[in-house]
Design a protein around this ligand. Sequence first.
Ligand code: PGU
Length: 455
Amino acid sequence: MEDATVRPIGPSTGRRLSALARHLGGDHPASPSSTSEAAPMASLNHAIAPSHTSAFHGGSVFGNVVQAPEDPILGVTVAYNKDPSPVKVNLGVGAYRTEEGKPLVLNVVRRAEQLLVNDLSRVKEYLPITGLAEFNKLSANPAIQENRVATVQCLSGTGSLRVGAEFLAKHYHERTIYIPLPTWGNHPKVFTLAGLSVKTYRYYDPTTRGLNFQGLLEDLNASPTGAIVLLHACAHNPTGVDPTVEQWEQIRQLMRSKELLPFFDSAYQGFASGNLDADAQSVRLFVADGGELLAAQSYAKNMGLYGERVGALSIVCRAADVAGRVESQLKLVIRPMYSNPPIHGASIVATILRDRELYNEWTVELKAMADRIISMRHLLYDALRSRGTPGDWSHIIKQIGMFTFTGLNTEQVAFMTREYHIYMTSDGRISMAGLSSRTVPHLADAIHAAVTRAV
Ligand code: PGU
């Protein structure tokens, strides 16, 4: 029997790749400069395009495969690891480090893992396609009483975005997704390869180093009815600039009046304010009006579960019967992709979320991480002021979440890496979570030298 849901792999993959190549190449409305990683993406253009092998090259059928560039964010860690300098600092990837510069496993995570290890009734059977049911229930927005949400466990935030995008490409009538300018560098790739067409809306104003709220409203207003809109739920990456609650309400009204479909990316819940509920306000505003939306959640940062790859995709629908059918189709997206998700990370999260005491301990540890990042903002700001570094650096203390979008340009970043062994993304983003009071003076020296000496 013909399965109508199966798409031919060859031509469709080819189309997606050429759409991505077009997108990265610059003749698309969302040109390379529209993302936070303009320079490296341009070179991806030829590297990502399939290279069809017609003959042996150097004795290998893969001889004509071209060398792909490193990832603009994860590649920073690769370069950092190769640097033998004792003073090197990695401020590239958004991963929390302690004051000693070490990765942190939350105490509450250790406790949950101990409980799991001690529970000999636990087995390693496959999870259902949709993942651990209790994890999904506990991850879904508590505001949703009516059962009108389909939640599936996915491979962290990225996997949740990808599954959501694949679902939309298959079942939603409008294929265009608007993403903020700039945004996380992986967004355009995830959405394009899922079969959506990516456009941008204005978000950040480099002159004020704040939100371009007028531009945002104008661009959303000019978008076609029904278009998908990617929104960072809080702690926008890379800018650290979020709308206020009042602005969110205006965005909500505009989007609902134009029937734009919100797709929230929630990768930093708890890192903006230190409070999980405060950071969920944007999503909850949209849930409260009874309308529909998607939300991709990641536990990578807020539970420090990066490598466990644990996250959830929720599709909030108008009614429970729709949600049931949506979930049935999500299973058809997931099954041929990775069959079903891993069990360990989701079990840790469920253990913590189900237990009042563990949950409270988590919120305390999360707040401590957020507070340490804020104290790094003040230390860096003060260090630049005391050096008399030219420029207004108040955005360092105004921006929120894991990152500061410094305003340093590509040349200045390259200079800081070359001369000071400071590793960061080329768009001038620094991960404040990678700093410590020991490394702040070195970073301040590097920034000072970059803005006073580099071209
Ligand atoms: N969405 C946003 C906005 C992100 O910043 C990230 C991670 C993700 C989703 C995906 O996170 P998961 O690990 O899949 O849950 N961005 C970090 C981490 C490095 C990376 O690029 O994946 C960053 O440094 O931007």
